[in-house]
Design a protein around this ligand. Structure first.
Ligand code: TRP
Ligand code: ZN
Length: 475
């Protein structure tokens, strides 16, 4: 789904379409264009992000992903069917999904009819349905595939995608991992709802985004069900399979709070409960700063996955063991992302400071609230200690989206703004910006305009110096 606030209502369309038989409603006869009607043409092979030209596609808008996947720890292989509900945004003769090798496809259908497909480039799955898809019409793509997924190991951006672990696998998709295990329109500006149905040998546990459904066991295989009923970018979808110790709680606001710690990780007594309770406490605290929590459950997963970073996977972040016992400020960072990054997602990767600047500022606020370190002191320390002032925060470059430039200078930008506009307006921005763009996609110019309107000030020189101009801004 593209555009803000297309959250509820969508699900009912999906379930109606599925149960009432979308196939019958869009038979070839009904769908075929009259002879003299509009032209049908291929959808674009890219969403057009200059940092990641292979990612995403054009010509349609995904509403829902239904991922059904069985995993074998012995072979590391998956056997899966992913069904995608989408709407054509142009008359489509053909369209692409993103899907990486070496997985092999055994069946691919569009509206229930076998469709021709080819695979090209790094991750283009080019699909030609037996008849054109008219602009505005809903369609269903179903892809059945299997193989051992290959993770992404990018020299600048590290590991992502489907990552095998000692006891299972963890899928972390930021920024380019999703297409390693499911066919996807892998662009942050085509959010969709998700259902994930994962089957593993009985004894293993599966966690994913959102809320759990019933777990069933047959023939030594256990099936776990998870659903994310709010729009989610593909970079934020997640699966964790392994030997986990799961803790269930609720936040003071009544949200289910599901946390898990890999059993191979050395923990101190009570750590599972503490992890769960701190998560609940910080979600509530951040709700008081950033407005209502955007999802229907929360939690976190401490996994021995070896990527060396934590990730703000939607509703339930993943903390790598290498990040050690989960420190409060790291929890505040990943949970802060639920508003900044997850609910509000930059349409383009160049604007990732809108995620990382705010998530880092969440750490600074945490230090003030829980450790008595004032934000201005943290700012002063980072401002004095930063050696590299090159680079542009609002356009760091593809290989630099996770650099200190984005995190620290992003957070310093917010503190500079706070100093300029005062606490009252600054904290209104922290609440009203995520509220106004809930579940949407955002950009830096939109943020600047938003703050200027809210404060009735011209802030061009401040934002220019901090976001667009390399060099150390004067205070
Ligand atoms: N976005 C993650 C966070 O800040 C961190 C992250 C994801 C990362 N992928 C990375 C950091 C690759 C370094 C390299 O919470
Ligand atoms: Zn972050």
């Amino acid at each position: 789904m593209r555009g803000a606030n297309r959250n509820r209502g969508h699900l009912s369309v999906i379930s109606c379409a599925l149960s009432a038989g979308l196939l019958a409603a869009t038979s070839p006869a009904a769908e075929a264009a009259p002879a003299q009607a509009a032209q049908y043409s291929p959808g674009a092979p890219s969403a057009g992000d200059p940092y990641f030209p292979d990612m995403g596609n054009g010509g349609y808008d995904v509403g829902h992903y239904d991922i059904r996947l069985a995993f074998s720890p012995e072979t590391g292989a998956i056997d899966a069917t992913t069904t995608i509900l989408a709407t054509a945004t142009q008359n489509l003769s053909r369209f692409d999904l993103d899907f990486q090798g070496p997985l092999t496809i055994s069946r691919l259908s569009v509206n229930g009819l076998n469709a021709a497909f080819t695979r090209s480039g790094a991750q283009e799955l080019v699909i030609t349905p037996p008849y054109g898809l008219r602009q505005g019409s809903a369609f269903v793509v179903s892809v059945t595939y299997s193989g051992v997924p290959r993770k992404v190991d990018d020299p600048a951006l590290g590991l992502s995608g489907w990552i095998a672990t000692k006891d299972g696998a963890v899928a972390l998709n930021q920024p380019i991992g999703a297409a390693t295990y499911y066919p996807v329109n892998d662009t942050p500006d085509d959010k969709a709802t998700y259902t994930q149905t994962i089957t593993v040998p009985t004894g293993l546990t599966v966690l994913a985004n959102g809320e759990p459904g019933p777990t069933t066991t047959h023939d030594h295989q256990t099936t776990f069900r998870w659903s994310m009923n709010r729009p989610m970018a593909s970079e934020l979808s997640m699966i964790a399979i392994g030997d986990y110790d799961v803790t269930r709680g609720v936040t003071a606001d009544g949200l289910p709070d599901i946390t898990a710690i890999g059993r191979s990780i050395d923990t101190r007594p009570g750590q599972g409960r503490a992890f769960n309770q701190t998560t609940a406490q910080l979600v509530r605290w951040e709700s008081s700063l950033y407005g209502q929590y955007p999802f229907d459950s929360t939690g976190g997963i401490l996994a021995d996955v070896g990527v060396g970073y934590a990730l703000e996977t939607q509703s339930r972040p993943v903390y790598d063991r290498k990040t050690s016992e989960v420190a409060g400020d790291l929890l505040a960072h990943e949970l802060g992302h639920q508003w900044f990054g997850d609910s509000l997602t930059p349409a383009h990767w160049s604007d990732i400071w809108l995620n990382e600047g705010f998530a880092t500022y969440s750490e600074w606020l945490y230090q003030e609230k829980f450790n008595n370190v004032p934000v201005r002191q943290t700012f002063a320390k980072v401002y004095a200690g930063e050696k590299d002032w090159s680079g542009e925060v609002a356009d760091p470059g593809r290989d630099h989206i996770f650099d200190d430039l984005v995190y620290n200078r992003g957070a310093m930008t917010l503190q500079a703004l706070r100093t300029k506009i005062g606490d009252r307006d600054f904290f209104r921005v922290l609440t009203l910006w995520p509220t106004a763009h809930r579940y949407g996609n955002v950009s830096t110019p939109q943020f600047i305009r938003f703050v200027e309107r809210l404060t009735n000030r011209n802030l061009e020189s401040l934002f220019h110096a901090w976001l667009y101009q390399p060099g150390k801004p004067a205070l």
